[in-house]
Design a protein around this ligand. Sequence first.
Ligand code: 5AD
Ligand code: SF4
Length: 483
Amino acid sequence: MIYTDIDLDKVDINGKEPVKEPERQYYFMAMCREWVREKEKEAGRPLTYITQTFGCQMNAKDSEKLAGILEKVGFHETDTEEADFVAYNTCTVRENANTRVYGRLGYLNSLKRKNPNMMIALCGCMMQEDAVVEKIRKSYRFVDIIFGTHNIFKLAELIYSRLTSKGMIIDIWKDTDQIVEDLPSERKFKFKAGVNIMYGCNNFCSYCIVPYVRGRERSRNPEDIIKEIKELTADGVVEIMLLGQNVNSYGKTLNNPISFAELLKEIEKIEGLKRIRFMTSHPKDLSDSLIEVMKASKKICSHLHLPVQSGSSNVLKIMNRRYTKEDYLSLVDRIKTAMPDISLTTDIIVGFPGETEEDFLETLEVVKKVRYDSAYTFLYSKRSGTPAAQMEDQVDEAVAKERFDRLLKVIQEISGELTARHEGEIKEVLVEEVNEQNNTLLTGRLSNNILVHFTGTPDMIGSLIPVKLTECKGFYYIGEVAY
Ligand code: 5AD
Ligand code: SF4
């Protein structure tokens, strides 16, 4: 589903490449399309592509942009890596994300030996690290293109460079202030879409590599965001997820500053749009006016992801989170007073350098006080280049693991109780897909992000329908349509 309408037939490929974006990329897309057409004739079959996403929703969105360009160029999507073009969009937030990529590269090499025309592209956060690029350049010479997080939009140009030169193409930008609009994007679902509102992060939490690999905060102009959402709704989208590393500081660096709360009010007015989600919120920047806008809104979902990371003010200070346990709890209090039924979810890191048993008990205390609907828990992972990696009192692995298991138990208990609180009620569900395990069932999502499985027909996919939540099964519901 490509919603940005670009007519490559109108692009003059006989002249020189334009300097200005996005016209420059349209030119390279048209050039690559010629090549794909020729190769298809030679091979007597369509050329295929696959994008593999590691990591977060931001990366998932970037992969849709890659797919949009690849479709426009003439590749056809496939679900196997035995494809003519394979793109790995990588993550480096924790060490195991890197390990997974290296593990799979060996397999890609074996596929490329069978299909020498295959092109392998690596991009995303991991590629922003010098040591990674060096390692790939030396030990994974079969890789064709390496690029980073700042120049995703250049994919067609990079493919063209690879076609017209020998050897690996490496193009990594350290940072950028450029936001290229009006490029194609191929979205996974017809009825819901992610929309970037800002890129990068300025917070420098001491454990986190994101500010180093995604660069400084840059907000998109509100007009561009609204235009994109209007195009999406005209194309059948009813739910959007606004994406940013720290959505609460949206708009601060624009020439005409506007707050996230104000942006939400504008988005609320868009006709046809039914549901608005957003992530991620940094507690230090969550304003009372945002709480007010959320409370008054008919479209903003009843869910807030509010990463706490730790319940100990000491640890939070060393993490450079810039709030205390008390600040966080009082914020949660304000949110719950305004919206008593809201679902709160969070991220928690266990085993941050210097974390003592007492610190950890404070995390447990916060979890019990806030009562999260669910929480993503992570064992601290040392990321080189971040301040925390230099800290001396790294926590013993076994100790961290033991704390992690204790935390998980508490979270699961609370989560089970909370999820069940709507049993017997009728709630609106956005129908997403036919259930993977049982094709007589459909799977949909409540406003608070919980899944519901119920009997229905595929024509319901993409609509909002009332469903009676008959039985809670831990972290999801079984329901029945309630017209
Ligand atoms: N180790 C463990 N977890 C981390 N996160 C970010 N950096 C690290 C790290 N070095 C977690 C945080 C963040 C989530 C996306 O990933 O909890 O909110
Ligand atoms: Fe990382 Fe902190 Fe930025 Fe989130 S806010 S991306 S945890 S530095």
